[in-house]
Write a protein that binds this ligand. Structure first.
Ligand code: ADP
Ligand code: MG
Length: 382
């Protein structure tokens, strides 16, 4: 029996990966050339998946690859520890880690431990207990940020470093971390970097003329996957796993999911499960709507909570936005039709909705981040 061919909620590689060939080639080429690339898109568009895919390809060509999620750390020093650990681990035999660490990080006195892991293997951990004052931390950061260059030189290999959810860097320590990192990376010819970030407005601001990363390297803005390509990818995978898709099914899934890769895979995955559970050989548009209803029902309590956290003005604005497909929400016409208050009040509701991460601006349109929540608002609110 075939497994569900659709994957969501984790980084997808090879088999579940659609399209993105141009982006893959470009990112791969830039990293190999030692460029410092900025990769920007809203959440759930596929940045991490793309980066993982490209790094795997580079590793096969002998490049040392390192991947760290900046947003997973709760402090600056915590990030430096996680980053140093990942860099030191890259392709290093376990028996050499201790020596390797003290060779490379002489001046900052790291504490190295091998913690017992549940699997029985031991887990390499590194800490910098002596970094206390801001000055210590700055010195430590300079050491850690210089590591990739030293490792590439010592190993005589090219290196590719991915710092994911990079926008989180701003929360650690204002501008000085940007300065330190920029200064370090620009000298490292053998090391390609990709700084992937999920909050486009924060990331774009980081690249403006008064900030350290201004003109540091190429910027890739990851767009949605082309609608038709994604639709035929879906239909191909249904057919390939023994469930024949009714004509137009792929396009309908992409459309209902707002063409956000995560949402597309979620809907396809859940539909496939429903078909398999019912022992069906064909999936129809009606089946798709049944699956959607089930998902809406399951998410109901969560969506209700989100709805109740909003002010009345925000609820009204959100409904108008959904019903108007995000167009002209500020116009007199739309405001009258949906009994909204003045443009400035709608504007501030929109700002609140964007801040709450419920809505994003997609060109001139405002769209809802979560396509399921959008359907729920359209059907279950008044
Ligand atoms: N190229 C792709 N083809 C198919 N599905 C994808 C692709 N990229 C992402 N996805 C889907 O979107 C989800 C989120 O992708 P992810 O890489 O985590 O996005 P991001 O890092 O931008 O938040 C994945 O779990 C997967 O379901
Ligand atoms: Mg990601």
């Amino acid at each position: 029996m075939a497994d569900n061919p659709f994957v969501y909620g984790e980084i997808v590689t090879a088999a579940a990966f659609a399209d993105r060939e141009i982006e893959r080639d470009r990112l791969s080429r830039d990293l190999l050339a030692g460029q410092k690339v900025f990769l920007i898109s809203p959440r759930r568009y596929g940045k991490s998946s793309l980066v993982r895919h490209v790094l795997r390809g580079l590793a096969k060509q002998g490049v040392l690859t390192v991947e760290v999620t900046v947003a997973s750390s709760s402090s600056y020093v915590g990030f430096l520890e996680a980053y140093a650990r990942a860099l030191l681990l890259a392709d290093t035999p376990a028996g050499r880690l201790r020596q390797w660490t003290s060779d490379l990080l002489r001046s900052v006195r790291p504490e190295v431990r091998f913690e017992a892991a549940p699997t029985g293997a031991s887990r390499f951990a590194i800490a910098f207990p002596s970094a206390q004052s801001d000055r210590d931390i700055t010195r430590l950061a300079n050491e850690v940020f210089a590591l990739p260059g030293r490792i590439a030189a010592a190993r005589k290999r090219r290196m590719a470093v991915a710092l994911d959810e990079f926008q989180a860097i701003a929360s650690f320590n204002g501008g000085s971390i940007e300065h330190a990192l920029r200064a370090a990376v620009q000298d490292q010819r053998q090391v390609g970097y990709v700084f992937a970030g999920s909050e486009p407005s924060l990331m774009e601001r980081m690249l403006t003329s008064k900030r350290p990363f201004y003109k540091a390297g190429p910027v890739m803005r990851l767009e949605k996957i082309h609608q038709d390509d994604f639709a035929s990818f879906l239909e191909g995978r249904f057919a390939g796993s023994g469930i024949r898709p009714e004509a137009g099914l792929g396009a309908a899934i992409v459309e209902l999911a707002g063409n956000v890769p995560y949402d597309v895979q979620r809907l396809a995955h859940e539909l496939w499960d429903d078909m398999r559970a019912a022992g069906r050989k064909t999936a129809t548009l009606d089946d798709l709507h049944a699956t959607l209803s089930r998902l809406l029902q399951e998410h109901g309590p969560m969506f209700e909570e989100a709805w109740q956290r909003l002010t009345l003005a925000q609820r009204a604005t959100l409904r108008a936005l959904v019903l108007e497909q995000g167009r002209e929400v500020l116009s007199a016409d739309v405001r009258a039709r949906h009994r909204l208050a003045g443009a400035s009040s709608v504007q501030s509701s929109l700002a609140g909705l964007v801040k709450a991460d419920l809505v994003t601006k997609d060109g001139p349109r405002y769209t809802m981040v979560d396509s399921l929540l959008r359907e729920w608002v359209a059907r279950q609110t008044y």
